[in-house]
Design a protein around this ligand. Structure first.
Ligand SMILES: *Cc1c(COP(=O)(O)O)cnc(C)c1O
Length: 352
């Protein structure tokens, strides 16, 4: 498919992006807009939802810095919130206490693929007239109570970067039931040029056009879309592999000293497999020991409220604080086998 884009000679945004968006729209049964990456998706979703300078956006501190940068890129202030222990997703009880006159939106991060606490979050948002943007970068293909993540709620943002559940090389998309949001994003991704998305899908450009607000050059290219379409067509296989590997970890770790995040992997497609280490363990030494066995681990994430750019506001995040040095991510990608998982767990157990 990438070769056919090259053969056709039009590498920018055109019919392949249109076709990828059609597939995604059918999948979610909602309008979608494809952009260069997941961070851009969140930034444009916030801007399209009317988030402006000095507005406050509630967000869990335990997320990739991309969630925070997307908020601050709009001029808004990320207000760090705590998570619930069971799923490491935004704690609905705490967000209510953090709402001020300036609060305009909640950025709910679907940590490790689970749309945790989303029903409560949507209920609170309704009560206070807030927009809910889902950072669903980890959750492409996951379901929540029988509904596909992205097919319900307000606005959902996905990432298709190289290691996510499906990839387009780099890429992302915004999904919403609110047509105005998608129309707005379609303008914002092409420097704010009105109607340019439609023109590009017709293979044309706009020469005499109008621009009403700050836009960005964030559209997806045909090359990315061609990769995305091929991945999308293989998604069931990719999802199954991730789910089966996570189930294998669960089975092997059920009686371990480490805690696992209990999830139903028939419904959730995990992007990562984090575990919680016992209180006294030294994560750095453990990571080095695992690396000596040839096993690369990750830390998802260093909490954002500890970063220079975001630490100005006073925070009370007891659960994040308790877990920040104990979370450890074990390898999980479709290239692994059950044998690999057994090796990881055996090396982990001997070094705990
Ligand atoms: C990957 C990721 C993003 C950003 O997506 P990119 O495509 O890398 O820009 C945002 N939030 C979370 C939680 C992510 O894991």
């Amino acid at each position: 498919m990438v070769m056919s884009v090259l053969d056709e000679g039009y590498l920018g945004m055109g019919r392949f992006v249109e076709s990828f968006e059609k597939k995604l729209s059918q999948f979610f049964n909602r309008d979608t807009s494809c952009v260069v990456n997941g961070t851009a998706a969140i930034q444009l979703a916030l801007q399209a939802a009317g988030i402006e300078r000095n507005d406050e956006v509630l967000v869990p501190s335990l997320t990739y810095v991309a969630s925070y940068q997307a908020i601050s890129a709009t001029g808004a202030i990320p207000v760090s919130c705590d998570i619930t222990k069971d799923n490491l997703c935004l704690d609905p009880k705490q967000i209510e206490s953090r709402i001020t006159k300036k609060t305009k939106a909640i950025l709910a991060v679907h940590y490790a693929g689970e749309a945790g606490n989303i029903d409560e979050i949507l209920t609170i948002a309704k009560k206070y007239h807030l927009r809910v943007i889902e950072d669903a970068a980890h959750a492409f293909g996951s379901s929540h109570k029988g509904r596909l993540v992205g097919s319900f709620g307000d606005i959902a943002c996905f990432s298709f970067d190289g290691i996510k559940n499906i990839t387009s090389g780099e890429g992302g998309c915004i999904v919403s039931g609110d047509k105005k949001i998608i129309e707005k994003v379609n303008e914002l991704r092409l420097l704010g040029v009105l109607g340019d998305s439609k023109q590009r899908f017709l293979g044309k450009r706009s020469w005499d056009f109008e621009v009403n607000e700050q836009g960005w050059r964030y559209h997806m290219s045909n090359i990315m879309a061609a990769i995305g379409i091929e991945q999308f067509n293989k998604k069931e296989i990719l999802f199954k592999k991730r789910q089966n590997l996570a189930k294998s970890y669960d089975k092997l770790l059920i009686n371990s000293k480490v805690d696992i995040l209990k999830k139903n992997y028939n419904l959730i497609v995990p992007h990562i497999y984090p575990i919680i280490l016992p209180k006294a363990s030294n994560r750095n030494i453990l990571r080095q020991n695992l690396l000596d066995c040839g096993i690369e681990t990750g830390v998802h994430y260093k909490p954002n409220h500890l970063l220079n750019l975001y630490k100005k506001i006073n925070h009370n995040l007891p659960i994040t604080k308790n877990l920040q040095d104990r979370i450890l991510t074990l390898p999980l990608h479709p290239g692994l086998t059950n044998k690999d998982i057994e090796k990881v767990v055996s090396c982990l157990e001997t070094n705990l």
